[in-house]
Write a protein that binds this ligand. Sequence first.
Ligand code: GCO
Length: 475
Amino acid sequence: MTASNVNGSGEVARPFPEGFLWGVACSSYQIEGAVHADGRGRSVWDTFSHTPGKVLRGDTGDIACDFYNRSDEDLDLLIALGVAAFRFSVAWPRIQPTGSGAVNQPGLDFYRSLVERLLARNIEPVLTLYHWDLPQSLEDLGGWANRDTAERFADFTQIVAEGIGDFGGMWITVNEPQVVASHGYRTGEHAPGHTDDALAAAATHHLLLGHGLALQRLRSALPAARVGITLDLHAVRAQDAEAEAAAAVAEAEQNGLFLDPVLQGRYPALAREHILPPASLIEDGDMELISAPIDFLGINYYSPVYVKLTDTSVPHADETPIAGLPGVATYMPIELPRTSMGWLSEPDGLYDTLIAVAADLPPGCKMYITENGCAAEDYVNPEGSVEDVERIEYLHGHLAAAWRAIQDGVPLAGYFYWSVYDNFEWGWGYQKRFGLVFVEFESQRRLPKRSASFYQGVMSANELPPLDLQIASTT
Ligand code: GCO
């Protein structure tokens, strides 16, 4: 499969492999709303977002995109977008309002119906079991810092597996356990808002154990199902040779802390003691459960991490000291573009991440980019359209990087743009827009952005065209 030069500009068109799976991603708390409907219980994000000062402008997921009530309209929107797959998550509090015990049948019925309606539209469901909305009742018992939560997650998984059955799509056990442990238990910027290294280290292990136990239940309940986990990974780069050792520690704690247990059944030796789960929490058989074979690895990639040695006693605008690593900071190279999240945009970081992970991937295990995308300062212009050129540039650059990785042998089987439409961006509330589709939250109007037609063209052709933003405006 070779690129072909179609417009003489030196830019080339890049055909993707036959059967490459194109999709969009979202998650329950970020889009559903209807937080009191049909017996749904309270999640940690309901508690957190209703706690003053935790979410920008006091935004909550109470309504969000009202997907719970508008799902038919939104599934038809997916057809208009031309996606082949839809990645969504199941809200645990809709299935078990207190996180354990009796099933809330209307909640299970909603997700079974969602899967059926996707299949009726010839769209592959990609179901994430845990995308951060832990039932508050379980948090009240310690949450992911409590080993029992992993067992409760396995029970929840079995209920969903048996309730929905094998729909032929993909099952993702846990989304970004790294962010859950770090933001939810170490820095406190996400629900449930703890700021405790020991709780974060315990949550790290129990989230991974939850993945392993859920995987075991899925293998037993649905032997033919395709199962994986989604990890957020970053390309970690040292500013210079002197920073290499510090960058290796940062890489171990940012990526290896979750990648190594899942792929190799061990924690990274370079991660520091206060980050690693203590041996006392690791019981016999845990690491075997966590590293049991998966059918695919989901990778969420957004941006690289740059590491430098610096005088961390002096504040620098573009430097963030790494807690507990004196003289070491992450930083933002001034020459790299940034998205409106303030994240670096570097497609080569995606290429490097895919190549690095593929080297450790077990034979037969596929990779999917289960999230990639950018926030942008989107607005509806006087002509009534959203000309999100910077998102097209971000998307084009990262798809070109993915294409290059495939050329170099990476078993990348699909790509999911984050996100189908603007939604609740955690601590940022509705102030950061990632969607291909603009959501006017007051009216709940959906308006496909220019990037939606660009992505639609890529998906329908299964090919990345040369980046010519003039052309993009006419597609
Ligand atoms: C994540 C989550 C998404 C985010 C997205 C943009 O990767 O953090 O999976 O829920 O909204 O990544 O930050």
